[in-house]
Design a protein around this ligand. Sequence first.
Ligand code: GDD
Ligand code: MN
Length: 376
Amino acid sequence: MDSDGNSLKNSPSPALPGVSVVVPTYREAANLPELLARLDQLRRAQALDLDVFLMDDDSRDGTQEAVARAGLDWVRLVVRTANRGLSAAVMDGFHLADKPVVLVMDADLSHPPEKIPEMLAALADGADFVIGSRYAPGGTTAEDWGFLRWVNSRAATLLARPFTRVKDPMSGFFAFPRALLDAAPPLNAVGYKIGLEVLVKCRCRRVAEVPIHFAQRHRGESKLSLREQLLYLKHLRRLAVFKYGHLAHFSQFAAVGFLGTLVNLAALTAYDAAGVPLQAALALAIFTAMLFNFVLNRQITFAESRGGSALKQLGAFIAACSVGAAVNWAVAMGAIRAWPALERLPQAAAVLGILAGLTFNYLASRYWVFGGRRPR
Ligand code: GDD
Ligand code: MN
């Protein structure tokens, strides 16, 4: 066992597949000597066929010198100047990776390189994705992980539940057969959960989790900000549309509609209190709710269509909702006509009407107002 509690088997592993290790780096010069030394040791001890792509966003902190000093011909430093960012760097690394297995890990020694053979073994055993996992049985995180970071990490993990049952989908330490990428739909990770992106988009089924001890970052500080965390929500939304299609769009639309109802009631209360005559207040409240729904649907539900003219879209949305209201009314009336008993329970007829109106509004919004574009 090494100091991190991650064991280094010393029996040679002839059956392990070759691996390209992709390491995104930004200002990690201080960590590179130890990272490369540990990878070098592992490579020799296990006779691994392993190369490394350091995907650096032009750190200018001595990274180039540190790599040169290490003098390892299986390490390639790629200095990126365009399209910066963690996910973009990793995806560029995917294109360069030339071994049968692609593995991604951080440079800050949070991820123990000594676990790589175990991860490769899992792939050799038939897994199509393997995670260096903090939350699988036996996995741990550094003790000095603050409570906030722990809660944050757990909440993020919980939000990924609809997409995958794995214990640590947020991990930045993962590997998969390179061939997976050939059949992959376009990858596009907003934020930094690129592992989750591959896991979901490539529809990996046999996922293995190798427990690791997630160590405290060796040197320097984390680059992941609150902004990245918010981008994660965006990423989840895209994954939802990818995985659940209509259902995801529709539930977002319905959720917006529900909020819109509350806005409608609140606005009505406010206009009424301000002394607006009731007839006008009712109409104004409906209009306010429509505006609210429009903004949210344009920003969230159909975010991929934000490129279009807002004014045109607003006009179309109002027209669509007006027809939707007529559909709502007609269905409720039709239901009462078909089942006269409903006359004593018009609310039940109204619910049918609301559902029909909602479905109409949704279809019109998706295919007409917002032009039916799909996120990637
Ligand atoms: N090229 C490039 N560009 N690399 C970057 C950038 C960037 O903009 N931002 C960060 N990196 C590199 C860092 O140098 C490091 O090697 C790795 O990406 C992870 O960055 P950290 O700043 O150490 O992130 P973290 O410790 O907060 O997050 C890690 O743990 C999370 C789970 O708790 C990452 O592994 C996440 O992917 C993981 O979800
Ligand atoms: Mn880190």
